[in-house]
Each structure stands twice: as C-alpha cells, then as structure tokens.
Design a protein. Structure first.
Length: 190
C-alpha cells in the first residue's frame, strides 16, 4: 500500500467509513489485518486451508456485524481476534479432532524441496501448536503477537487492553508455560 506521505487512517475512521458503505475502507481493514488474523488462526488449527477458510469467515462476520461494532477504545484487531477465537472454538467443537495435512502433501508443497528439512519444520510447527494449545487464551495471544508477528510491547498494550507491566508479566508467564509444555510434548529438544 503506497504511503505518499499521508498517515494511514485510524481504526475509528476506517470503521466509520466502512459502516457508511465505503468499499475502500473495507479493503483497507482487510489488507491491514488479514495477515495477523490468518497467523493467529493458523497457529490454532495448524492447517493452511482451514486457516484460510476461518480467516475469510472472520471478515465475513466482521462485515455482518459492522453496524453494531462499538470500539470501547480498543483497536479493530482486538475485535477480529475475538471473532477468530470463537470461530476456532466452534471449528474444534464441530470437528472434535484437530485436522492436519497429511505429511506427504506438506512435503510436496515444500518450497525448498528438502524432504528431511520440510519434515523437521512440520514437526516443529506441530509441536509448537500443541504446546500453544495448552496455554490460556491470553498467554497464547501474547506469544503469537510478540514472537510470531513480531509486534512491540506498545502494540500489545493497545491490542490486549492491558498496561505494559501486565503485558510483560503475562509474556513471562506465557514463555515459562510454553517451555514447560514443549518439554512435556518431547517432540524435539527444547
């Protein structure tokens, strides 16, 4: 998205424009937040196709509920994460099992065509996913936002609606719990 020296619109402005039917505002919201929502969903379901479907559904529900949206001082992304969390929970309730791509498909889709490295990477992602599942929702969010999406603490403060000290404490507890969970999984050396 070109900047042209103009600062990007704030969430409240985007929501207001989108509510009034401005298609560009809807596109801006989607382009700005789709990668974050997809990453969040992907690390919850560990399947690209399912993550893509659920991410699309997040934005469909956002659009349907836009007229009733109240910011309450939080960014749009907080709302989108809430929608995504509910969809992931519904997905697991409906399917009762985690869906994963067969290993062969993952190896064929590999960009580097190194089957051993691809298999190791896949196993590492699956281990991380299982370890993340055992965290609380807040712990999981802080790990994904901070270490997978590389967001800084000030962004976490805004998204999660907590002060910096609370975020740092949550991050510390989340990392400790994640480490314990990865040790329990024993799927690779921690």
């Amino acid at each position: 998205m070109p900047n042209d020296g103009i600062p990007p619109p704030q969430d409240s402005e985007l929501i207001q424009r989108a509510t009034q039917g401005d298609q560009k505002a809807l596109v801006d919201i989607y382009e700005r937040y789709q990668p974050s929502v997809f990453t969040y969903v992907f690390y919850r379901v560990c399947d690209q196709e399912t993550a893509e479907d659920l991410t699309a559904e997040v934005f469909t529900r956002m659009l349907a509920n836009l007229p009733r949206y109240k910011s309450r001082g939080k960014p749009i992304l907080s709302w989108l994460y809430t929608i995504a969390r509910h969809l992931v929970v519904d997905h697991y309730r409906q399917n009762r099992i985690a869906s994963h791509l067969p290993l062969e498909e993952d190896l064929v889709d590999s960009q580097d065509n190194h089957p051993v490295k691809s298999a190791e990477d896949r196993l590492a992602r699956e281990c991380l996913s299982r370890a993340l599942e055992r965290l609380t929702e807040e712990q999981r969010q802080v790990i994904i936002l901070k270490f997978i999406e590389n967001r800084d603490i000030s962004e976490l403060v805004t998204i999660l609606g907590k002060n910096e000290r609370a975020i740092r404490s949550l991050q510390h507890r989340a990392l400790a719990a994640l480490h314990r969970n990865m040790q329990k999984e024993r799927c690779y050396e921690v």
